[in-house]
Design a protein around this ligand. Structure first.
Ligand code: DSN
Length: 434
């Protein structure tokens, strides 16, 4: 295949994806639409340069301009979060969390984080992640009310004496009480690290409390509610530097040579652009609207949200309905992800819930009245999967879901909903898409 044909093929596929992003409702709560300026920086010639090391201390020449860009991004990050040290080179959240763990712990040390099944993250000590392969992972969980069980957390901390405690979530619809985490971390002299990737936009917007006064280190991805490019930042707080004055060097060494090679300079520049945008007063309005929209949507769906996301149990529609709901909603032009619910009654692989959120829809300018319409479509879609319960016999599940997928694809009501969704979504602009 000539490169010309290959290129044509790629751009045709990008156009196809652009259509999906514009005419669908993107409701995965960790996704967003970046601005045209962020896209411009990401697609720039900065991708051509190798820059291992840090500003003023690079392995290769020709980094005079790259140094200025990285220093600018670091300064903006420090200003936005009110921290004395920031690092912007991590490729994404997982490598950033790996760097933090390497900086704080020796292999085999105990790390504690919220269990994946309770809405935690893979890198906070989940089975099969580096965080439980190379470290001794202990997980705390949520209680029957779906909120973090601080009693269990304290008991586990006292028993296992973790070196590092993560406070961070990926599927948790409530605000976090950093003060309580700090108290427990202090009881066992643990380093407390906030992974606020999901809620950073809400923190910047003043909708959620900042973890900075309470924790030693903060990690955030830059592509979720912050609305920047894919990437991550590591921030050390005043408190963190007091706890370990060597922490800056430890983080740097963990990033390179510990994990990474050359930073993605186009990504660094795009992070800087998104931080400039997040410093504007309009970002505060955006953050407040994300939470308002989530709260309206949650109420319409019969649940609550204090954040940007909704964790919806589908047990009233049947047994193990997460997959079926994800398929059916996708067929109707609404993108969400299947998710376990606390105390999962079905299986982690075939879960009973969905996770959905409002950051991307809010970026398109949607408001509360739009959420009411969207909740209406979601409820109509969910009615279409009633009766499609997951088989209790594990060996029948794969084939069952294959059949269900075909059935959902043929469903006429879902096609009608999709037309309505496309007509509605198409009216809301998406930066970078005509
Ligand atoms: N995959 C991200 C999410 O969707 O929450 C977390 O890394």
């Amino acid at each position: 295949m000539s490169s010309h044909v290959a290129t044509k093929k790629v751009f045709k596929l990008i156009a196809e994806e652009a259509y999906r992003q514009k005419y669908g409702l993107e409701m995965i709560p960790s996704e967003n639409y970046v601005s045209a300026d962020v896209l411009k920086a990401l697609g720039s010639i900065l991708t051509n340069k190798y820059s291992e090391g840090f500003p003023g201390r690079r392995y290769y020449g020709g980094n005079e301009v790259i140094d200025k860009i990285e220093n600018y991004a670091v300064d903006l990050a420090k200003k936005l979060f009110g921290v004395p040290a920031a690092f912007v080179q991590s490729y994404s959240g997982s490598p950033a969390n790996m760097a933090i763990t390497m900086a704080v712990c020796e292999p085999g040390d105990v790390v504690m984080g919220l269990a994946l099944s309770s809405g935690g993250h893979l890198t906070h000590g989940a089975h099969l992640s580096f965080s439980s392969i190379f470290y001794s992972a202990v997980n705390y969980s949520v209680g029957k009310d779906w909120k973090i069980d601080f009693k269990e957390l304290e008991t586990l901390a006292k028993k296992h004496k973790p070196k590092l405690i993560w406070v961070g979530t990926t599927a948790y619809p409530f605000k976090l009480d950093y003060k309580k985490f700090r108290k427990i971390a202090d009881m066992v002299n643990a380093t407390l690290v906030a992974d606020c990737s999901h809620i950073t936009g809400l923190i910047i917007g003043g909708v959620h409390e900042s973890p900075v006064p309470y924790v030693d280190i903060v990690m955030t991805t830059t592509h979720k509610t912050l609305r920047g490019p894919r990437g991550a930042m590591i921030l050390i707080t005043e408190r963190g530097l007091r706890k370990d004055p060597e922490m800056k060097g430890k983080i740097e060494r963990a990033i390179i040579p510990g994990i990474q090679g050359g930073p993605h300079n186009h990504q660094t520049a795009a992070i800087a652009v998104s931080l400039e945008e997040a410093l504007k007063p309009s970002f505060k309005k955006y953050a407040a609207q994300i939470a308002k929209n989530a709260s309206v949507l949650a109420k319409e769906l019969g649940t609550v949200s204090e954040t940007h996301l909704i964790l919806l149990s589908l047990t009233k529609y049947g047994y193990g309905m997460g997959y079926q709901a994800q398929y059916a909603l996708e067929e109707a032009g609404i993108t969400v992800n299947k998710n376990t619910i606390p105390g999962e009654p079905a299986s982690p692989f075939y879960p009973s819930g969905i996770r959905l959120g409002t950051p991307a829809l809010t970026s398109r300018g949607m408001k509360g009245s739009d959420m009411i319409k969207i909740a209406g479509w979601i409820k109509r879609v969910l009615e279409e999967i009633r009766g499609l319960d997951l088989p209790k016999e594990q060996d029948k599940r794969k084939d069952f879901l294959k059949e269900v997928k075909k059935e959902i694809h043929k469903n006429k009501n879902l096609k009608i909903i999709r037309k309505e969704v496309e007509k509605f979504a198409g009216k809301f602009p998406v930066p970078g898409i005509k």
